[in-house]
Each structure stands twice: as C-alpha cells, then as structure tokens.
Design a protein around this ligand. Structure first.
Ligand code: GLU
Length: 435
C-alpha cells in the first residue's frame, strides 16, 4: 500500500485530503493529520459522512492582534483558535506562539488533541490556538500585551466549561497567568479553571510543568524491549519537553548521548551530564557550546545509532528524506507530528517502533485535566497523588494501544488513532444529530 492509495474511503469516494507535499509546513501537518484520520476511518469502517465530519473542525476563529511595540510602533499579528471537536466534553488544547504558525497548523494540532484526549480517556474534545509571533523577539511587556489582546479576541470561545487553553510551543506558566487574569477581569471574579499549566500560586497543579516529559519517560520505558540501564538516547529539541524528558530518562538509567536545539547539537558517547547541560542551556539559551561534549550537526543527531530517539520540538522533522538513515530502534514522539506519514512507512519497513505523539506526549494534557479537576473542586492533590494518576492513565492507554496493534497487525500510531477516532465517532453516534 502506498500513501496515494489512502485518500479513497471504503465506499470509493475520494475524501478531502490535501497534498502531503503542500508548500507550507502547516498545510503539510494538516495533510498528515487528515491522512491518519482517513486511515483510521477506513480501519473502523466509518461512513463518508462521519469521516467528513471528523475531518472538519467544528469552529475556527482567526483574529487580528494589534500590538504596541516599546518604540511606539503598532504591529498587527494573526492569531487563531480552532475547536476541532466537542463531542466528548469541553475543547482542550494549548496555545502556540511561533512566527510560522498558521490556521492549517493550528487545525492539525487541534485534531490531534481530539484523538489524544479520547485515547487517554479524559472527557474533552480537542482545540488549539496559535499566534504568529516570535516570543524571543518581544519584550516581556510586549508579550503580555499580545497575550491579553489575543485572549480578549477569543474570549467568546473560551471558558472552563467550553474550551480550556494550556501551554504549547513558545508559551509558559506566565502566559497562562495572564490568560487567567484577562478572563477573570472580564468575568468580574477569579476563574482558575479557564486555563491549565498555571503557576501553582494561581491554582496550577503540582507536577504539571514536567508532565509531558514524565509521560514521554513512561511511554519510552514501556516500549523499550531492553533494560533502560545504559540504553542510549538522543533528544531533538531541548525546551520544556525535551530537556526534562532527557533528565527523566537519565534518572531511569538511560545514557543520553546527544541533544539538539535551535542553536546546535552536542554529543558524548559515554553519556551527557543532563543536569549540567540543562544549567548551561538555561544560562546561555542553547546547548551549543557545552564544554563536556563534541559538537554535532542537528541533522546528524536524527541519524545516530541509538536505542531511543525523542523528537521533542516541531512537526515534520523525520521525513521521507532522512527516514531511511534513521537508525534508532525506538522513536518516542515528545512533539506533535514530528514524523510525516511517508517517514512512518519507511521507519516501519526498517523495523523501528514509533510511539506516536497522541500517546507519547499525552502526559501534558493528562495533568492539565487533573489540574482542571482540582480547580473545579477547589481542592489540591499532592505531587505523589498527581503522579500516580498520570502513570495510571498513561499505562492504561499504552496497554490498549499495544494490544490492538498486536492483535490487528497495526503500527502503534495506527492503533492509537483507531482507538481515539473510534471513541469520538462512538460519541457522535450516541448523541445523534441535532436537529
Ligand atoms: N500543548 C500540549 C499538547 O499538545 C498540552 C495541551 C493541554 O494541556 O491542554 O498536548
């Protein structure tokens, strides 16, 4: 079976799947997401109407965000909030600040959130937001103004029972605090449950900051077919997810031999001191120039002969071009959409296992859910209680995916999508169509 075979659904009708080689990275991500959905729909035997409904976001809002720069200039940037699906509960998903984000990318990311929440069994639909700014190029005050104005523009969509944002690439606890404050100021009272990933001082959950990375560690350890002791790991992306994933894997006994970020890559075959590297990156802004390691190109990192490769940055990193040279036995996707559908086929053909994004990086939204539950109850759990619940949900989801994959001869990604998409389709069927 080739990629181009897939866009035809069970009844022979071509479904609306855009070009996998579309010019913008966002359009390629959306093509990949729709391709995965088409595959799952075929496996589940969904009819074309259901497939079409799941391929189409429920609501998309594009807004202009005027921002006053420190020198008095006025600039206008675009922002989006896409609610892909609301059938299983309020929409849930992060907000991304990145200069290249666009509506297509945000739509793909929202669709992945829908399947992710369904797969791990938390009562949410999927959403995502994006603002086309480079947070590193703005002062903290400019960033605050962009955040508050963007939130003001999407205010009709969000709320603790409607759509609950969270951090994603380029946003953090401080961004979430501003969102909570802007929403609360408009409501006239404090609404901590409107956003997750908040500082603990505002009702954030213990364990949320490292939750995605903890989930990556849990998924990697479940998928490893050997002892973690001495298993070699390369991590692409050393930000919020990658740096702590490297740390947690090192804590579990793995040998983290290489890491990269936007500034460069470093390698040390006897194992990097991840804590020292994190301190270096925090101080200088990059892993580049870390003294106890050799420099490496960022492309070479992806092709190292390691047990585990963790892509933990952006989409479309492992492609048809480099997949034939990827030697990692296990790829654990900390990022959303790092492997293209063509690369997936190549990796599977070469015997590599890929723990897909909607499973591997679900720790973040799981602890977001736990945070929202704590906010709703005005109660808080200890770090230990949060960790036990996170581990439980991750391990249950992993087990279900691995079992279906083994039973039906699917890749872990195909099985994960079959479960996630199947649960959403089931919710649609039970609810019926209004009117
Ligand atoms: N941005 C994260 C993700 O892609 C977390 C979303 C959330 O916590 O709502 O899964």
């Amino acid at each position: 079976m080739t990629i181009t075979d897939f866009p035809t659904t069970a009844s022979g009708v071509r479904s609306p799947i855009p070009d996998l080689h579309a010019p913008s990275p966002g359009e390629r991500a959306l093509a990949a997401a729709r391709f995965q959905l088409a595959e799952a729909s075929r496996f589940l035997g969904l009819d074309d109407g259901m497939h079409h409904m799941l391929a189409t976001p429920r609501r998309s809002l594009t807004v202009s965000v005027p921002v006053r720069r420190e020198d008095g200039r006025l600039e206008v940037v675009q922002g989006h909030r896409v609610q892909h699906n609301l059938s299983r509960g309020p929409a849930k998903g992060g907000i991304r600040f990145h200069p290249a984000t666009d509506l297509a990318e945000v739509t793909a990311l929202a669709m992945w959130m829908t399947w992710k929440c369904a797969l791990v069994g938390i009562p949410y639909g999927g959403a995502k937001g994006g603002v086309a700014v480079d947070p590193a190029a703005l002062t903290p005050r400019e960033l605050e103004r962009v955040t508050r104005r963007y939130v003001n523009e999407i205010l009709p969509l969000i709320g603790p029972e409607k759509d609950i944002p969270a951090p994603d690439v380029g946003t953090d606890e401080q961004t979430m605090a501003w969102i909570m404050d802007t929403y609360s100021a408009n409501a006239g009272y404090s609404v901590p449950g409107v956003v997750t990933g908040k500082p603990t001082a505002l009702g954030g959950s213990l364990g949320r900051a490292g939750a995605t990375s903890r989930g990556v560690q849990i998924a990697a350890l479940q998928a490893l077919t050997r002892s973690p002791e001495g298993a070699t790991v390369a991590v692409q992306g050393f930000g919020k997810v990658g740096a702590l994933a490297a740390q947690y894997l090192a804590d579990a006994g793995c040998r983290v031999v290489a890491v990269s970020d936007a500034g460069g890559a470093v390698v040390r075959s006897s194992g990097l001191d991840v804590a020292a590297l994190r301190a270096h990156a925090a101080e200088t802004g990059s892993v580049h120039g870390y003294r106890d390691a050799d420099p490496l190109s960022r492309d070479e990192l992806l092709e190292l002969d390691v047990d585990v490769l963790v892509p933990a940055a952006l989409e479309g990193v492992i492609t048809a071009d480099n997949a034939p040279r990827v030697r990692a036995r296990l790829v654990v996707e900390g990022a959303n959409g790092p492997t293209t559908p063509e690369a997936d086929l190549i990796l599977a053909g070469n015997g590599a296992t890929v723990v897909p994004d909607i499973l591997a990086n679900a720790g973040g939204v799981i602890v977001s859910y736990l945070e929202w539950v704590q906010n709703t109850q005005a109660y808080s759990w200890s770090a230990g209680e949060v960790e036990v619940k996170l581990r439980d949900l991750m391990e249950n989801a992993y087990r279900a995916v691995a079992e279906l994959a083994a039973e039906r001869g699917l890749t872990l990604r195909q099985a994960a999508h079959a479960i996630g998409v199947g649960r959403v389709a089931e919710a649609h069927r039970m609810r019926g169509l209004y009117p």
